[in-house]
Ligand binder design. Structure first.
Ligand SMILES: NC(=O)c1ccc[n+]([C@@H]2O[C@H](COP(=O)([O-])OP(=O)(O)OC[C@H]3O[C@@H](n4cnc5c(N)ncnc54)[C@H](OP(=O)(O)O)[C@@H]3O)[C@@H](O)[C@H]2O)c1
Length: 291
């Protein structure tokens, strides 16, 4: 099976690349900007043809949530129009499209974990652009798996864990918001779940499913920061603050825990708890000495 991974230098793409070295049955082709811009139909189609692609895993996205509020056109161009291009190429060449989306499609007013069928109501430009990208795929691609995830972190790229490690080593105290609740997701776990899907799926079959995937458990950003300091044995004190005292440009959902029952039932897998996965990443960072 030939697999094209887009956005391959991002957090998830990099984790997929690392894991792909253990895969013997599949041939992976990793691309990112500037070699592959997912908004270019000609480029995507050319690569799909050249590598006889069976599955596209789309890890490419405009992910700068605050910047998207003013850089609106760019966010929609990548997240909506890029998804539409991939879906059209997938349709033309009978390719299965595995696409990653976000918990930010929900408004965060719930107090129980969101299911795939729950009403979306994104509040940020990023969330709207990702939702419209999902819809393009549902309308155009004959075979797709959309996986919504939340609070991604990894050894690669910039993320909350790395920021906390850096600030925790520099400062005595840190204020972290306590009234935004969700679930951190180690990108390596999501990458492993995607590889499992690739091993078990039949690219000639037709899939039309949306899934939720995050690590298990629930945390506020404050809980997450506390765990980072605790596991890393950093003495920095973490203080809980309300998001009203820490204004951000784009509105964030107050609650975005995802219900993963459908993913676990369909694929028969267990998902690691966020704290266990965080410990794995922190051990990896410690052993490599690279932040
Ligand atoms: N990060 C999170 O907390 C989070 C949470 C929920 C869902 N997600 C979703 O999970 C997926 C993976 O996220 P991630 O954290 O791995 O993202 P990431 O680290 O920002 O990686 C995205 C990659 O896509 C590339 N890219 C941007 N525009 C592109 C284009 N037009 N064509 C091709 N590549 C392009 C980026 O390149 P540049 O860096 O050069 O722009 C980057 O290498 C995304 O769909 C994201 O929306 C992320």
């Amino acid at each position: 099976m030939n697999i094209l991974v887009t956005g391959s230098r991002g957090q998830l793409g990099s984790e997929l690349k690392e894991l792909s070295t253990t895969q013997k049955k599949q041939q992976f082709f990793f691309y990112d900007l500037p070699e592959l811009d997912i908004t270019s139909h000609d480029l995507v189609d050319h690569l799909c043809h050249e590598h006889c692609i069976d599955v596209i895993v789309n890890c490419a996205a405009y992910t700068a949530v605050d910047k998207a509020e003013t850089d609106t056109d760019a966010a929609f161009r990548v997240n909506r129009d890029g998804s539409s291009v991939l879906a059209a190429c997938a349709k033309a060449r009978n390719i299965l499209l595995v696409h990653i989306s976000t918990d930010y499609v929900f408004n965060g007013d719930s107090c129980v974990p969101y299911r795939e069928i729950d009403k979306v109501s994104p509040r940020s430009v990023y969330g709207i652009s990702k939702w419209e990208g999902e819809e393009q795929i549902r309308q155009i691609a004959p075979s797709y798996l959309i996986i919504r995830t939340s609070w991604l972190y990894s050894a690669y790229g910039s993320n909350f864990v790395k920021t906390m490690l850096r600030l925790g080593a520099e400062r005595d105290t840190l204020n972290v918001v306590v009234d935004q609740v969700g679930t951190p997701t180690y990108a390596a776990d999501l990458a492993e779940a995607i590889i499992m899907i690739l091993e078990r799926c039949n690219p000639a079959a037709s899939y039309q499913k949306t899934y939720h995937y995050s690590n298990e458990g629930v945390a506020s950003w404050y809980d997450f920061a506390l765990a980072i300091m605790d596991i890393s044995e950093l003495s920095c004190r973490v203080l809980p603050v309300e998001s009203a005292h820490y204004p951000q440009i784009a509105p964030r959902p107050h609650y975005s825990v995802l219900n993963k029952s459908s993913f676990k039932e369909d694929w028969g897998v267990e998902i690691p708890h966020w704290r266990a996965s965080l410990a794995l990443l922190l051990a990896k960072i410690k052993s490599t000495g690279k932040l």
